[in-house]
Design a binder for this molecule. Structure first.
Ligand SMILES: Cc1cc2nc3c(=O)[nH]c(=O)nc-3n(C[C@H](O)[C@H](O)[C@H](O)COP(=O)(O)O)c2cc1C
Length: 212
């Protein structure tokens, strides 16, 4: 079981305040529950938890996240104009120290679920909201069917450039080629070990950044 809800207050829809527990938000962008992305994200989460972090997982397929239509209300008012689940997710993002973003390759890009989620980061693209996310680190989990690692190039660039633009950083990635069927990744022990290590490394990098 990867979720540690003890640090998450569902009624207030926010992280439990107090203490020095590092908070990591794990975002599963595949619509396939318990599929390859979900498994790798969970492994990264295990690595983070082994280093003492609390991890909250969200499965984008469970949520209603409308596409950003560029109204730019979020740059004027405090709030995004879309009254959907992203309102709660914004709070989770703001309250987190770091992120795990997982998406399979879908036609050489991220899934539509992940693209809609990241599009909504336009909220953070103004000075007022930028400070809520500036400097935060993320790691990526990207499985795909083809054997050539270049298959994930556009997904890598999508995250690298978008997060860099937002003054965040991708601090590590685990790419998993050669996995097509649900659960194929379970045969790739080396990749699961790499994922675990990535989660632990994320916590260390965030600690160093905080001067802890
Ligand atoms: C709509 C769709 C598009 C896909 N496009 C690609 C692709 O361009 N290249 C590739 O290697 N795999 C592609 N795949 C295969 C998935 O990346 C692969 O099955 C992955 O393991 C799915 O991860 P999941 O189990 O987390 O959903 C595609 C799968 C779907 C359903």
């Amino acid at each position: 079981m990867i979720l540690e809800f003890i640090f998450y207050d569902f009624e207030k829809a926010g992280w439990f305040e107090g203490g020095q527990i590092m908070k990591i938000l794990a975002v599963v962008g595949s619509p396939r529950r318990n599929g390859n992305t979900h498994i790798v994200v969970r492994k990264i989460a295990e690595g983070a938890k082994a280093k003492g972090a609390a991890v909250k997982e969200i499965f984008l397929g469970d949520l209603t996240i409308a596409e950003c239509d560029g109204c730019q209300c979020c740059w004027e008012a405090e709030r995004c104009s879309k009254d959907d689940d992203m309102q709660q997710v914004y709070e989770q993002i703001i309250g987190s120290d770091g992120f795990i973003f997982g998406t399979p390759v879908y036609w050489y890009g991220p899934t539509a679920l992940m693209k809609a989620f990241v599009d909504r980061f336009v909220y953070f693209n103004c000075e007022k909201n930028r400070k809520k996310i500036r400097g935060k680190k993320a790691v990526l989990a990207v499985p795909f069917e083809e054997e050539d690692e270049q298959t994930a190039r556009l997904v890598e660039e999508f995250f690298d450039k978008s997060l860099n633009y937002l003054e965040m950083a991708v601090s590590g990635k685990v790419l998993v080629p050669g996995v097509g069927k649900k659960g194929d990744v379970l045969k790739k022990k080396d990749k699961l070990d790499e994922a675990f290590g990535l989660g632990s490394a994320l916590v260390t990098q965030i600690e160093l950044g905080h001067g802890r």
